[in-house]
Structure formats: structure tokens, C-alpha cells
Design a protein around this ligand. Structure first.
Ligand code: OGA
Ligand code: MN
Length: 287
């Protein structure tokens, strides 16, 4: 079967058809997939049947398998077992065993974010494979941060280029941290460029998101809040988004530098189970 690339929206995402990613991927097929990934930022493979080892093998074609961001010392490690345990995998799930979630990001809505932007070396990419899904909700939205940057008026580009932004996160999925109450040392955080240059495509991307971006360097708090809100609006504009409605057997991979993502709410009473691997990344480069 020929491998084909089908865009999922004008700004971001493509479905790859005609490939079974559980097996060996030839060089020609890999180069089609890799180019599509650079072109579209998010790739979808439907109808896959992957155990943890097969998923790990596919992911490792794209780089070094990433590790989870280490919990700060005062944070208890979470229960991290489940079906088909693999030390490199992370389960994203609301399923509970002895009252404790078997995975991370268990319930409900999650605001737009870039994975690990609060780390000096965020993961380069994430690969989420769906095993169990609720009857409705739990969709994942992706936004092209290339398109968000390109759509900014020149006056905004001029205001943000060369600036840094404080990225911080502490477990809460659907509210911003109140950094006037929480000491920065108590949460994972990093100052990052507000506009980044993608290491492979050379394109500029906006690097802010509603959940984790807190403060723009060199501005008053009020100016920073107002500018961030304006930038969030560009990033979350439906014109730059793709909404993924999951089916069991979907593998979605996203580039964490040129895209951000969010999850919609879903019933707490229904099970959702995803298996995630990541690719490690280096320091983020300013545009
Ligand atoms: C993640 C994430 C969204 C989802 O795994 O990083 O944000 O739909 N997941 O579960
Ligand atoms: Mn995420």
C-alpha cells in the first residue's frame, strides 16, 4: 500500500495512511513520515495495534527516548504501574487502582500548554497512543505556533522579539499558578525565549501558552498580563487549530516546539487510557 499524507486542517496536522507502525519502517517510508512531520507538526496514524515495546521502537526512530520531568523533592512520586508496564512509558489515564491513578494527567480538562516548557530542556516530541476512550469528550486540540506567530501584527512581533517568558507548572491542569502566593522555587520553572526558532525547519514559533506562561521579562506585571492574554488569543485562534477526536488505536505524535495542545473535559465515570512516550530535546533556541 502506498504511504499517503492527508492534511487534517489548514494550519496543523496530517494523517498518514498506508503504514503499520508496529513493524519495521523502511527508509523511504520513514523519510515521507519525517518530512510530513516537519511540514504539519502533528501526525495521526489510525487503526494501529501497538504494545509498549512496539510503540517505543517506533518512537525511537525520531531520536533519544525522553525521560519524565523529575518531580521536585517535596512531591511524592505517583503510583506508576498499569497494564503493559514499560519503564520509558508514561500512562495518561484516570483509571484508579487502590484509589490512586495509574497514570498522570488523570481527569478532565487541560488548558493549552507545551509539554515541559518549564524545563530548560523540554522534550522535543510526544507520542500518545489511545487504548481506552470515553464515550464523549477528552478530545485533544492542537494549535500551530508557527501560524500563531505569522498571524501576529507587526507591532506585536516587534514587542515580543528578543524577550523571555517565565514558564512554570505545578500539576494543576486547568488554572494558572498564583505566583504571588507560591514561591517560584517550589514549582518547576524556566525562563524561555518568547519566540523560538525551530531547530529543523528554521521557522519561528510563538512559545507561550495559557497554562504555563506567567510573566514576560522586562514588563510591569499589568503590561505582561495584558500582552500574554493577547498572545494566548492568537495561539488559541480556531484558524490555527486542529481538534482530534480519538478512536481506539490512534497514535498521535506532536512536535512540542511548533505546537501546543489542550484537552477537553470528559466524564469522570468513564475510563480513558493512553500510553505516551517522548523524545528528549535540548535547550530551546531564541528566534
Ligand atoms: C500529554 C497531554 C492530552 C490528552 O500527554 O502531554 O497533554 O489528551 N495529553 O490526554
Ligand atoms: Mn501535554
Amino acid at each position: 500500500m502506498p504511504v499517503t499524507v492527508h492534511p487534517l486542517s489548514p494550519a496543523i496536522g496530517a494523517e498518514i495512511r498506508g503504514v503499520d507502525i508496529s513493524g519495521r519502517i523502511g527508509e523511504a517510508t520513514f523519510s515521507i513520515i519525517h518530512q510530513a512531520w516537519l511540514d504539519h507538526g502533528v501526525l495521526l496514524f489510525r487503526g494501529q495495534s501497538l504494545d509498549a515495546e512496539q510503540q517505543r521502537a517506533f518512537v525511537s526512530l525520531f531520536g533519544t527516548i525522553g525521560v519524565r520531568s523529575a518531580a521536585l523533592p517535596h512531591k511524592r512520586p505517583r503510583a506508576f504501574e498499569g497494564p503493559d508496564y514499560n519503564a520509558d512509558a508514561m500512562l495518561v489515564s484516570n483509571i484508579r487502582k487502590d484509589g490512586k491513578p495509574i497514570g498522570v494527567l488523570p481527569d478532565g480538562e487541560m488548558w493549552f500548554h507545551h509539554d515541559m516548557c518549564y524545563s530548560p530542556t523540554p522534550n522535543r516530541a510526544s507520542f500518545l497512543y489511545s487504548i481506552e476512550i470515553p464515550s464523549h469528550g477528552g478530545e485533544t486540540h492542537f494549535a500551530s505556533m508557527y501560524a500563531a506567530f505569522e498571524r501576529l501584527p507587526e507591532r506585536l512581533k516587534a514587542r515580543i522579539e528578543g524577550r523571555r517568558v517565565l514558564q512554570a507548572f505545578d500539576e494543576v491542569q486547568d488554572a494558572r499558578l498564583d505566583l504571588s502566593r507560591i514561591p517560584l522555587e517550589d514549582v518547576k520553572h524556566a525562563w524561555q525565549p518568547l519566540v523560538i526558532r525551530h531547530p529543523e525547519t528554521g521557522r519561528k514559533a510563538l512559545y507561550v501558552n495559557r497554562l504555563m506562561s506567567h510573566r514576560i521579562e522586562g514588563l510591569s506585571e499589568a503590561e505582561s498580563d495584558a500582552l500574554l492574554e493577547e498572545l494566548f488569543t492568537y495561539g488559541e485562534d480556531p484558524a490555527v487549530r486542529y481538534e482530534h477526536v480519538w478512536k481506539v488505536g490512534d497514535l498521535v505524535m506532536w512536535d512540542n516546539l511548533c505546537s501546543m495542545h489542550a484537552r477537553t473535559d470528559f466524564p469522570r465515570t468513564e475510563r480513558r487510557l493512553m500510553r505516551r512516550f517522548t523524545i528528549a530535546g535540548g535547550p530551546v533556541t531564541a528566534a
